[in-house]
Design a protein around this ligand. Sequence first.
Ligand code: ASP
Length: 423
Amino acid sequence: MKVFKFGGASVKDAQAVQNVADIVSLYKGEKLGIVISAMGKTTNALELIVDALCQRKKSNFDELVAERKQFHRNIMLELFDDPNHLIFNEIESQFEELTKMYDARIPDNYDFEYDQIVSLGEVVSTQIVNAYLNQRGISSGWVDARELIRTNNNYREGEVDWNKTEELFKQHFIPRFKDVDVQVTQGFIGHTSEGLTTTLGREGSDYTAGIMAYCCGAESVTIWKDVPGMLNADPKWFDNTIKLESISFREAIELSYYGASVIHPKTIKPLQNKNIPLYVKSFIDPTADGTTIQSSTSNDHTVPSFIFKMNQVLFSFTPKDFSFIVEKNLSDIFERLARVNAKINLMQNTALKFSILLDEEKVNIDTIKSLFEDTYTVRFENGLELVTVRHYDQATLDRVTVEKQIILEQKTSETARLIVKQK
Ligand code: ASP
């Protein structure tokens, strides 16, 4: 069995869904477990719906729900020849359920509400794609991922119970292939032991593909993207990008850790554990070779990779009593940062100063200041960029520092990380 994952961009409109069916047709006779995300920017739209519900803005909520419903309806009208196709009712009733949620509960737990609502994007998307595959003569089944992926109740960032999940895949997923070759399910969502819906964190559908492959002992995973494979840099920030032909699991984990956004970082580990190759391929050119991610590290050094993180803010904390930055201070600093769930992109210390780099849009500068100011002198500088270069040499570093001032530099034999700002 092969696992395919189609992200939001690959099902963003009717043509895109038709293209998915074209790709699936290329694999006729093979067993495919297909993981699909919400259509286009639906997850973002649903996030606004959660906000409207939690802030009790009824007319805003109704408007946003109507807009999302219409978005899906338009896609269905293009896809289905029969305007009385059952799928129209199915999707209608999903949105009715959503509408009812407004009055059904007192929203006292944002993260919980988030998962109940945002998961709808994946549910409707997979229902539509599955119905369309069937219309195209591809016999496929729809499977509810909330019956397969077991997580704890850490809403919005559910942690997978691997033993239970593997058992559920063995009981409720693998046997389906006896009768039907193609099984379609949702990325990103799971359930708690009480049967409540959870999500795995934004962009979590890749992770679902990894979980499915691990639990089923799949032959491979293919992530279908709008790029020809994994590139050595984001074309948004870089000219003349190069496609990586083949890299190791280890290299892929390193790249995604530093922020390469092609693959969700948690996806790789389960595949590495069972040595299941991961292909990143273009849904625009599906027969072209993409990138292969596998166990061999022999090609990792051939091409340098560049990862850019824009809009960074560098904080430094100096103990007011001029004590050295040692273990006691460090644990105090980390404990405070954990309280506000800060995600550190880079850190460094000197004798008297501990510095961290954070995404500007994910922190409130005043919150950080007030969190530390009792014990530390806090300084910050924003408007910075973090550039990570894997397998660097001087020429590659020169290339990324043209007209930039280097604020901080960290190097290991394989990785250089530079905090820079525009000169
Ligand atoms: N739909 C979810 C998101 O946009 C999960 C995914 O697409 O991977 O984050």
